[in-house]
Design a protein around this ligand. Structure first.
Ligand SMILES: Nc1ncnc2c1ncn2[C@@H]1O[C@H](COP(=O)(O)OP(=O)(O)OP(=O)(O)O)[C@@H](O)[C@H]1O
Ligand SMILES: [Mg+2]
Length: 363
């Protein structure tokens, strides 16, 4: 991976931040903002199971970092009034690790397996059986004399979370009765989250300050909450602690997060693409040299959001700035600038640039 450390607008959290996040987590489905469809579907799944007095179907939560997977897993247990056991894919290195967890579950318990796509293969196979038949086969002995001793386990509900559902083997994915796809949040939902968080943090936030922060949060509650904390710090140092639109703008300018949530690296890429290459097409490594970063950093850290925002198009001949990119930078494109769609169309006949990956890996 690259060593560029993204700060304000990273969707990932370090352990310090995860500790802070606990306090802002909604505890019930009613408190969970946005993701309306997921909420309704999940509510139905949980209530149906409760009426039947049985453990609900296993639930897979799939979506990018910071969108609320861990939050929802905790809510599921809370809504069921069931205890929650937490483990994660990377912690399960051998099937024995999983057997130890499964065999100590109590009836109706919710088992949350975070980053489930990172679990060891042999453990995956054990999990299939456990999910379907509430049984684990414990291997005793080694070599030709080894035998599997079946062990019944208590009916439980597995909640798996993954940022990469494509990496889950189909047999595992198929054993989840319900899959919730978590999407990026609308600005209005982020505003509601910000008002809620501000209330919990005991800070006053104006409506247009919340709107300003929401607009820069890349559709991600985690980023919204982080920017809120930065703006609060700024307001406490430079003002009376009250969050106005002006303090929000000043604080976020200081942290180099622009109106659309682009940071220094994102803007650097766009400025190089438009300023130095007339909007492209330009190959990834050439673009990276112009920005002074590794190609991997540009591709993995900056590009996904720029593509998602419609500022950059990846074409077989290279990266191209879209009209929105020029608009965002406030520059008039040269008359002969190649735009995403046009460049993609005329590239059909053009030879492929060797360094441009064919797959659109961006979100
Ligand atoms: N729908 C929501 N309503 C209110 N707050 C939310 C919502 N979704 C997420 N948050 C807040 O965003 C933060 C990050 O959420 P969470 O830890 O659940 O994300 P995650 O999907 O598990 O991320 P990761 O993939 O990094 O583990 C938490 O502080 C949580 O309170
Ligand atoms: Mg999580």
């Amino acid at each position: 991976m690259s060593d560029y450390e993204r700060e304000a607008v990273s969707a990932d959290a370090d352990s310090d931040e995860r500790a802070l996040e606990g306090a802002l987590r909604p505890r019930s489905l009613d408190d969970f903002v946005g993701q309306e469809r997921v909420r309704q579907q999940l509510s139905l799944v949980l209530r149906g199971a409760q009426r039947r007095g049985r453990a609900p179907d296993h639930v897979l939560l799939s979506g990018g970092p910071g969108l609320g997977k861990t939050t929802l897993a905790m809510i599921i247990a809370a809504e069921l009034g069931a205890p929650l056991r937490i483990s994660s894919g990377p912690a399960i290195e051998r099937s024995g690790d999983l057997a130890a967890v499964l065999s100590t579950l109590h009836e109706g318990e919710v088992l949350f397996l975070d980053e489930i796509h990172r679990m060891a293969r042999p453990a995956e196979e054990m999990l299939y059986v456990a999910m379907e038949d509430f049984r684990v086969d414990v291997m005793v002995g080694k070599g030709p004399g080894a035998t599997a001793i079946p062990l019944d386990i208590a009916p439980f509900t597995l909640v798996g979370a993954t940022t990469r559902s494509g990496l889950l083997p189909a047999p595992l994915r198929d054993r989840f009765g319900f899959t919730a796809h978590m999407d990026f949040y609308e600005a209005v939902d982020l505003e509601r989250i910000l008002h809620r968080s501000a209330g919990l943090l005991g800070v006053e936030v104006d409506g247009d300050a919340a709107a300003e922060i929401a607009g820069r949060s890349r559709g991600t509650p985690r980023i919204a909450n982080r920017l809120l904390r930065r703006v609060r710090d700024y307001a406490e140092v430079h003002g009376d602690g009250h969050l106005t639109r002006e303090t929000a703008c000043a604080a976020l300018t200081l942290f180099e997060v622009d109106h659309h949530g682009l940071d220094r690296l994102d803007r650097g890429v766009l400025e190089a693409l438009c300023g130095k290459f007339r909007g492209g097409p330009v190959g990834l490594s050439t673009l990276a040299v112009a920005v002074g970063e590794e190609p991997e950093t540009v591709e993995v850290v900056a590009e996904p959001f720029l593509v998602r925002s419609g500022f950059i198009a990846r074409t077989p001949r290279g990266r191209v700035a879209t009209p929105d990119a020029w608009g965002h930078l406030g520059i008039t494109p040269p008359a002969d600038a190649a735009f995403g769609a046009a460049a993609a169309a005329d590239s059909a006949a053009a030879p492929r640039a060797a360094e441009v990956p064919g797959a659109e890996g961006a979100a």
